[in-house]
Design a protein around this ligand. Structure first.
Ligand code: ZN
Ligand code: ZN
Length: 377
């Protein structure tokens, strides 16, 4: 099933206030609480969906990431979540005590991080966490594409125990606390809740002799170096997803993905809008009046000849096709804004010539005001 937009899940506008989010979530949580709908998979699914949506949208940082990048923005933000702060004010629904447990039982433990990929039973394969890496690239590299080598650390299977977490061929045994169920039930507040077994962390089994190298986790942090290809035309704030380069999974689960977030440094002369580039070029009053051929260097360090038509007004734009941002084998436009420079200092001869021009053309001593909108932008 495709994931539904978090705002849609809660049935609120994108502009909803914290109070509105809270109200919407409260209604859905009461309606679909698993203990009120025993055995109802659909209700459980809706409860889970609403809780995840609320968990993200009630957190300013996650909400901002979600608003900008969608699900990918909040995936792998990871870490152990403090449910008690997110779900404060819902004690009557979840019971007063440790309400992380209900979410752990539903989300399979730390739901913003790794997810179970095989139905979520005890001992199931779990995909590793997605990781985030931020890079900054130059404006030019963003337009034409580049390759960047990045170094980061990720969990990899421990070589001593081959990821099993068990020392030298020793095996696993059924967890004595939950008898292999991975969950324990306890009553809290109005509901009785299933929570992740504290002894085995939901696995249903425990390692008899933990591997000394990794302490039984089966994973080891390792530095990793990879080459990332940044496609031509990438925009500031976009990301490149590199599949299966995140943390190692557990119990044979696949690796998570690596999300490379791209920040583009501004350029000294050029600006970008969609597939077009913009720059400003100064010209003299005589070039503007008489017309000229000027030489402009483009972003790819070529020099192009640009014809300035006679009588051009200050601030007019010239469009040069094919010198913009590459996209699908074509390139957008380069727009050159002509800025007419009035000489601040004149030579003696220059002054004489301009005075002569002034006499010949005659100056209008009572110019009629015009609306600002008639000035060239
Ligand atoms: Zn190990
Ligand atoms: Zn257990």
């Amino acid at each position: 099933m495709a994931k539904r937009d978090y705002y849609e899940v809660l049935g609120v506008e994108r502009s909803a206030s914290k109070d509105e989010l809270k109200k919407a979530y409260r209604r859905l949580a009461l309606q679909n609480h698993p203990d009120k709908n025993p055995g109802n998979k659909e209700a459980e699914e809706r409860f889970k969906e609403a809780s995840e949506a609320y968990e993200v949208l009630s957190d300013d940082q996650k909400k901002a990431a979600y608003d900008q990048f969608g699900f990918a923005g909040v995936e792998g933000m990871g870490g152990q979540h403090d449910y008690s702060s997110t779900f404060r004010g819902f004690e009557d629904i979840f019971g007063g005590g440790d309400f992380g447990s209900i979410f752990d039982s539903i989300f399979g433990g730390g739901f913003s991080g790794g997810r179970r990929s095989s139905g979520g039973g005890p001992g199931g394969a779990r995909q590793g966490s997605n990781l985030r890496y931020d890079i900054e690239i130059s404006f030019k590299d963003a337009i034409f594409g580049t390759k960047v080598e990045i170094q980061y650390s990720r969990n990899e299977p421990c070589p001593a125990c081959k990821g099993s977490g068990a020392a030298g061929g020793s095996g696993k045994k059924t967890c004595p606390t939950c008898q292999g169920a991975g969950q324990v039930r306890q009553s809290a507040g109005f509901f009785s809740m299933a929570s992740t077994c504290p002894t085995c962390g939901g696995e249903g089994s425990i390692i008899e002799h933990p591997c000394k190298e990794c302490g039984g986790s089966g994973n080891q942090k390792k530095r990793q170096k990879i080459m990332v290809t940044i496609p031509a035309g990438v925009e500031n704030g976009k990301r490149v997803v590199i599949p299966r380069q995140g943390d190692a999974g557990s119990n044979g689960g696949p690796m998570g993905d690596l999300y490379v977030f791209i920040r583009v440094k501004p350029h000294e002369h050029f600006e970008r809008q969609d597939y077009d580039l913009y720059c400003a070029v100064p010209i003299s009053i005589t070039q503007a009046a008489l017309g000229a051929e000027i030489h402009v260097s483009t972003l790819d360090s070529k020099t192009i000849k640009v014809k300035v038509p006679p009588g051009i007004q200050n601030g007019k734009m010239l469009r040069i096709p094919g010198e913009g941002v590459p996209s699908g084998g074509r390139r957008g436009n380069l727009y050159i804004k002509l800025m007419i420079q009035i000489p601040a200092k004149l030579s003696k001869r220059g002054k004489e010539l301009l005075e002569e021009l002034s006499k010949v053309e005659g100056e209008n001593e009572s110019p009629r005001p015009i609306p600002l909108s008639e000035l060239a932008g």
